[in-house]
Structures are given as structure tokens and as C-alpha cells.
Design a protein around this ligand. Structure first.
Ligand code: MG
Length: 351
């Protein structure tokens, strides 16, 4: 990667570094200054944020892993080979299960930092299912029924750690049902033949948005923040939400490039990655393609800045839409911190 630029902090993003007032109950997060952990921070985001309830999220994901093992025994469901064969209570006994739990929890607590305890647990569990969707078949019908309001809130019979209380399901006009509907749509997408050719970068990013479960992630961000937005309100900010998602995709691709390249070479895995795409269309080597990807990340940050500034000039009243855009910036900043520190992507852990 090229030299780290000195980038002036942008005040549109300054809320990221504001410490929550301890007495307020509507904030559930703390500020993280990555350089203080020795993490390089090549961005105009002045900080990232982290949900306070990471221990609860870990417990919820560990329970889910135990349920998935039990599900295999009950239904002969095939799990990835690395899932523990034993029913040991402690998922930490298996390195890859531990990694799955840590990765899911990190992504959730950094990308949806302002989520109350009962919400961050479900978000972390859904993120875990995004990484192990092979096992979702057994519970798809239940998830679909919940999303279609055909079923009241319930604990899923086959996976007791997944509990969707009716209070949570009906809150914000059923926003959690919207999250589950997006999740099911994504599972169906993963069952389709994957594309490998793209007309241009926009075409690639649009396809990758489906692949990365963009609608599931952005609806989780709204649900975590209890943002009950109507269709017209959503439409008015969708462009900025999409820009934040482009940022999330490019950052994810940039920092997982080496791991994914190895998987493509050694296992023939599908190589859906922006750096790889740019290498191919421009006929350049990966160092330049990585530099270009980083430049694109900064370009998307300046576009988000300009769009948010414009929207605020048009509508000066602080609203749920404002908060949604801030929450998507939190998600993008959190995704960058997650990508830079995730063991999954080859970085060292910062405990
Ligand atoms: Mg990736």
C-alpha cells in the first residue's frame, strides 16, 4: 500500500469521537481511537465506535455454535468440517469455532455499536449465520414465517439460542421482520450461480452489495438504533446509504485480498474482490490495484461528506434520517477498524 496520507479531519464525521454522556440511556457505545491501539487509520473518519455489550454478544454466539452442533446430530445436517465433533460446552476448545464467534461479534459490535443488549446479541448471531449459511436451511422456513408475520415471536425449536421475542419483532413497525426478510433473500442469492464477469466497477459493486448482504446489514443498523423510517424517508437517504455500503465493500475487499487470493490459488475458491477486478480490467499488478482501491475508499468518504452536507442544508431539523446516515458512517468506520484488526484477515488481535 502507498504512503499514509495526512488527511484533515472532517467535521461531518466529528460525532464519531464524541464520548456519550453517561446518564443518557440512548447510547450504548464507546469511542475507539485506532492509533492508540497501534492500528494505522488511513481515513477521514476521526474514530470508530464499539458497543459496550460485547461479552453478551460472545455468549449469544457461543450458544448458537452449540445449537448448531446439536442440530447436526439431530438432523444429520452437514456442518463445515472444522466444526467440533464433540458436544463440549466450550466453543473455545476449537480454534475455528472461536474465530467464527470472534469475527461475528467484532463485526457486530463495531458496525452496529449503538445497539442495546438484546439487539446486539441478535445482530451478532445473524452475522454468524451470514458466515455459516450452509446450516441455515434447517431454519429458513421458521425465519421466513417470522418475516411474513405468519408466526408470533418465538424461540426457534431447532436452534433455541435464536429467540425473537414478539416485543422485539413488533417494535418499529416490525423492522426486525424486515431484517429477517432481507436475510432470507440473501440466503436465496447465495444459492444462485455466482457471476464472475462485470460490465464496469459500478456493476461489480452493485453485485457485490447483494453478495455482502448489504440490505441485511443496513437494516440491522436501523434496527440496532431503533430507527423507524417510512419508505419515502428511506428513499431520500438511500443514495448516501449506498455510498457507505460501497465504502464497506471496498474496505472489505482491500483487507481480505491476500487471504482470498490464497484461497483462490490453493482451493479454487471464487475470487470476488475489487482489487482483483481492478487488476484484471486495468492490467495492473496488485500493489497498484490496492492503491487505487484505497483512493476509491477516500473518494467515497468525500462523496458521503458532500451528500450529507447537502442534505443537512436542505433539512436542518435533526431527524431519524440524520441519525441513520450517522449510523451508516459508524458502520463504515467500524468495518474499517474490524477489517484492520480481524484475525480472519490476517491481522494481529488487539485485546
Ligand atoms: Mg472479502
Amino acid at each position: 500500500m502507498g504512503p499514509t496520507l495526512v488527511i484533515p479531519l472532517n467535521h461531518i464525521f466529528s460525532f464519531l469521537q464524541v464520548d456519550p454522556v453517561p446518564s443518557t440511556s440512548h447510547r450504548h457505545d464507546i469511542v475507539i481511537h485506532p492509533p492508540s491501539f497501534g492500528v494505522p487509520w488511513p481515513t477521514t473518519f476521526p474514530a470508530a465506535r464499539q458497543c459496550r455489550y460485547w461479552k453478551l454478544a460472545i455468549l449469544a454466539c457461543e450458544e448458537l455454535v452449540r445449537d448448531m452442533r446439536a442440530l447436526r446430530t439431530q438432523t444429520n445436517k452437514r456442518l463445515p468440517d472444522w466444526f467440533s465433533q464433540s458436544n463440549a460446552a466450550d466453543p473455545t476448545s476449537n480454534h475455528k469455532e472461536r474465530l467464527l464467534v470472534d469475527t461475528s461479534v467484532s463485526a457486530a459490535i463495531y458496525m452496529a455499536p449503538n445497539s442495546a443488549p438484546e439487539r446486539i446479541q441478535i445482530i451478532a448471531q445473524l452475522f454468524l449465520l451470514l458466515w455459516t449459511h450452509d446450516v441455515v436451511d434447517s431454519i429458513m422456513q421458521d425465519l421466513l414465517s417470522l418475516s411474513r408475520k405468519e408466526k408470533p415471536g418465538a424461540t426457534l425449536e431447532m436452534v433455541p439460542s435464536l429467540t425473537f421475542g414478539s416485543e422485539l419483532l413488533d417494535d418499529c413497525h416490525g423492522l426486525l421482520r424486515v431484517v429477517l426478510a432481507h436475510f432470507c433473500t440473501w440466503v436465496c442469492f447465495t444459492r444462485e450461480q455466482q457471476r464472475t464477469n462485470f460490465g464496469d466497477l459500478r456493476d461489480y459493486l452493485d453485485y457485490r452489495a447483494s453478495d455482502i448482504a448489504a440490505d441485511t446489514v443496513s437494516s440491522c443498523v436501523r434496527w440496532g438504533n431503533r430507527l423507524d423510517l417510512q419508505t419515502a424517508e428511506l428513499a431520500s437517504v438511500q443514495e448516501v446509504v449506498n455510498l457507505a455500503m460501497d465504502h464497506i465493500i471496498l474496505v472489505n475487499d482491500l483487507f481480505s485480498f491476500n487471504r482470498e487470493k490464497n484461497a483462490a490459488v490453493e482451493e479454487g475458491a471464487l475470487f470476488l474482490n475489487a482489487v482483483h477486478y481492478l487488476e484484471g480490467v486495468l492490467g495492473v499488478h496488485s500493489p497498484l490495484a490496492k492503491d487505487l482501491t484505497m483512493q476509491l475508499v477516500w473518494d467515497f468518504e468525500s462523496k458521503v461528506t458532500a451528500k450529507i452536507r447537502h442534505l443537512r442544508q436542505c433539512d436542518r431539523q435533526y431527524s431519524a434520517q440524520w441519525r441513520y446516515l450517522d449510523a451508516m458512517v459508524e458502520a463504515a468506520a467500524g468495518n474499517l477498524f474490524f477489517s484492520l484488526t480481524s484475525v480472519r484477515y490476517g491481522a494481529k488481535r488487539h485485546d
